[in-house]
Design a protein around this ligand. Structure first.
Ligand SMILES: NC(=O)c1ccc[n+]([C@@H]2O[C@H](COP(=O)([O-])OP(=O)(O)OC[C@H]3O[C@@H](n4cnc5c(N)ncnc54)[C@H](OP(=O)(O)O)[C@@H]3O)[C@@H](O)[C@H]2O)c1
Length: 338
């Protein structure tokens, strides 16, 4: 850190420079229980002071509410922030409670206009395909996204939860700045082929849920008992029942290292993700999500922690022992299609 700010990294070979840690804004409107709008706004401002410039949202977060919520902050700091949003999780007209995956050109063109309107900006800095619709060739999807770049609606392209083969096919159509996929001490399936492909192609990795959706911080131990009824984590196999009990025990080495460094377990989890940049030789810009000022301070401070080889080795066995999948339905993930 210089001037109290986190260091910078480049978002892909041709992408913008951003703070090496971004901010996941999803929980400010969606998925993780009750929110406090004032505290969320204060968190956004504090993040910027600390050098966080990449802000992550999606049209699906609260069915557009998250983009609307962030709009005043983005407009107040337009030249300082890199706005990332996503398309693909469409609401079918006959049932607003469901989501279907759409990657087709007509849908993309409609989705970008809706996001631009809700965000109330002229251009989206980084536009991601959120989930893959296997019925549409990825080349066609990326060609439709590239049109948006030529038209000045979008600056850079990103993909989420794609396989190495899909990433290669996409990059052959248009440069991809960032690949956003789950990556944490608990979720390491992308290391087998996706991360090497991203390194080879000059694509930055943007790990989502780097805190294991909060589980790695110790802030909850069992979703059924500790979280509200509407919390999305109650649908995730690894956070409930016997799986949760088994997975809590895996946090022991994280706690041991936290004590040794005089930091929190969450900071060790984030330091591990940040350090994957040097382990794998590519830019890694995690986007931990928080709605609290104290936590954005804690999370960004983790960029200063260096883990030794021996400490990394202590954390190495955790992921292979995790009980339960990342999602109830893994076919929507890159691992589910490999
Ligand atoms: N591409 C995709 O498919 C996809 C999927 C999921 C998420 N995302 C993006 O990735 C972002 C981050 O992922 P995520 O929010 O799912 O998971 P995460 O960053 O691993 O964890 C977020 C959870 O941890 C809690 N937390 C954060 N900092 C903490 C700290 N220092 N101490 C204790 N608890 C802490 C947060 O609570 P508070 O908010 O109350 O602090 C929240 O419940 C999202 O916001 C979203 O933008 C993308």
């Amino acid at each position: 850190m210089t001037d109290g700010k986190i260091p910078a990294a480049r978002l892909g070979d041709d992408g913008p420079e951003v703070g090496v840690q971004g901010l996941g804004c999803m929980g400010m409107s969606f998925a993780y229980g009750p929110t406090d709008a004032g505290e969320s706004r204060a968190t956004l401002e504090r993040a910027l002071e600390l050098g966080v410039t990449l802000y992550d949202t999606a049209d699906a977060y609260g069915a557009g509410e998250n983009e609307k919520f962030l709009s005043p902050f983005f407009k107040a700091h337009r030249d300082e922030v890199v706005i990332a949003t996503k398309f693909a999780l469409a609401i079918p007209p006959d049932d607003p409670t469901r989501r279907i995956i759409r990657n087709d050109r007509p849908y993309i063109r409609q989705a970008v206009e809706a996001s631009l309107e809700r965000l109330d900006v002229d251009v989206i800095d980084l536009y991601y395909m959120h989930r893959r619709d296997v019925n549409v060739p990825i080349e066609d999807t990326v060609a439709a996204m590239a049109e948006l770049v030529r038209e000045g609606k979008v600056k850079h392209l990103g993909l989420s939860e794609v396989t190495a083969a899909e990433l290669r096919a996409a990059q052959a159509v248009h440069p991809i700045a960032a690949l956003q996929s789950e990556w944490s001490l608990f979720s390491r399936d992308i290391e087998a082929s996706v991360v090497p492909a991203a390194r080879e192609l000059g694509v930055a990795l943007v790990p989502y849920s780097p805190l294991g959706r909060g589980f790695l911080t110790g802030s909850f131990a069992n979703a059924d008992k500790d979280l509200t009824a509407d919390d999305f984590r109650r649908q995730q196999p690894r956070f409930t029942g016997e799986n949760a009990a088994a997975n809590v025990a895996l946090l022991e080495p994280v706690r041991t290292l936290a004590e040794a460094h005089g930091v929190s377990p969450g900071q060790i989890a984030l330091a591990w993700v940040q350090q994957q940049a040097s382990v794998h030789g590519l830019p890694v810009i995690p986007i931990p999500g928080t709605r609290k000022v104290s936590r954005i301070e804690e999370n960004t401070a983790a960029t200063r922690i260096e883990l030794t080889k021996e400490e990394l080795a202590l954390l190495e066995p955790i992921a292979a022992k995790v009980a339960g999948d990342r999602y109830a339905d893994m076919t929507f993930t890159s691992a589910g299609r490999e």
